[in-house]
Design a binder for this molecule. Structure first.
Ligand code: ATP
Ligand code: MG
Length: 250
């Protein structure tokens, strides 16, 4: 479903991503681990073209992200067309970025109605279902500021799902939360994974990676150091760099 090939990205003279490959099949969960500055967030942003890449390609469901394939050649897409591609790729950040002046329900309904043109009544019914799934059926009329961080992050997940993405990207979704609120968000993500959502998750939650990931990718200094099933990479890493990292976080 997702294929990244040789993704490169530089800021000025600094090469932050040095040719990253990643394959994610439909329904798979891949966790990206790595020290601060490894390029994890940059890579996620490259996957949905929030960053233009300097080399390589990203394909989602057979489409080159940011480009159109015609006669065997790739042509850069206009921003409007990139936005259309991006709808298929949900993204949840460390900070929840909900609309503060809108209720929880309005936050979830907004995208489908305005962007997808879903009829408001239908969008509302679907939004209520999503809020139920993330355990917030009762809080639709609340404003974001009235919710805990964990609840807000669950709304952010529901809002992303409302766009019916093919793929979900998570960038440290629990690292801004108080420890006691981490579990409820991971629980929603675990359920999502079990329901077959394709997910790429940057996280420092090793227990989540161990249990929910089909594949773990360890990044350092803008390159993939090693990759494999969690039982292998987390328990018997082959590289010294991975061992050092795990020794610090576990
Ligand atoms: P963390 O775990 O701290 O979130 P990360 O693995 O997500 O780290 P990135 O945020 O992708 O790392 O950053 C990778 C490198 O790119 C860092 O050295 C960072 O300083 C640099 N970088 C990121 N964004 C920019 C930018 N907009 N301009 C210049 N340098 C940047
Ligand atoms: Mg980051």
């Amino acid at each position: 479903l997702l294929r990244a090939v040789g993704v490169r990205k530089s800021y000025g003279h600094t090469e932050v991503l040095k040719g990253i490959d990643l394959d994610v099949h439909k329904g798979q969960v891949v966790c990206l681990l790595g020290p601060s500055g490894a390029g994890k967030s940059t890579f996620l942003r490259c996957l949905n073209h929030l960053e233009t890449i300097d080399g390589g390609q990203v394909w989602v469901d057979g489409e080159p992200i940011g480009f159109r394939l015609r006669g065997g050649k790739l042509y850069e897409l206009r921003e409007k067309d990139v936005a259309r591609q991006r709808r298929d790729i949900g993204m949840v950040f460390q900070r929840f970025n909900l609309f503060a002046h809108r209720t929880v329900l309005e936050n979830v309904v907004e995208g489908p109605v305005r962007v997808l043109g879903v009829e408001p009544g239908k969008a509302r019914a679907e939004a209520l279902e999503l809020l139920e799934r993330v355990g917030l059926a009762e809080r639709g009329d609340a404003y974001p500021a009235q919710l805990s961080g964990g609840q807000q992050q669950r709304v952010a997940i529901a809002r992303s799902l409302a766009m019916k993405p093919k793929l979900m990207l998570f960038d440290e979704p629990t690292s801004a939360l108080d420890p006691e609120l981490v579990g409820e968000v991971l629980e929603v993500m675990r359920t999502l994974a079990q329901e077959g959502m394709t997910m790429v998750v940057v996280t420092h939650e090793m227990a989540f990676a161990a249990e929910a990931a089909d594949e773990v990718v360890f990044l350092a200094d803008g390159a993939v150091v090693e990759t494999g099933p969690p039982g292998k990479v987390l328990k018997e890493p082959e590289h010294e760099r991975t061992r050092q990292f795990l020794a610090r976080v576990l």
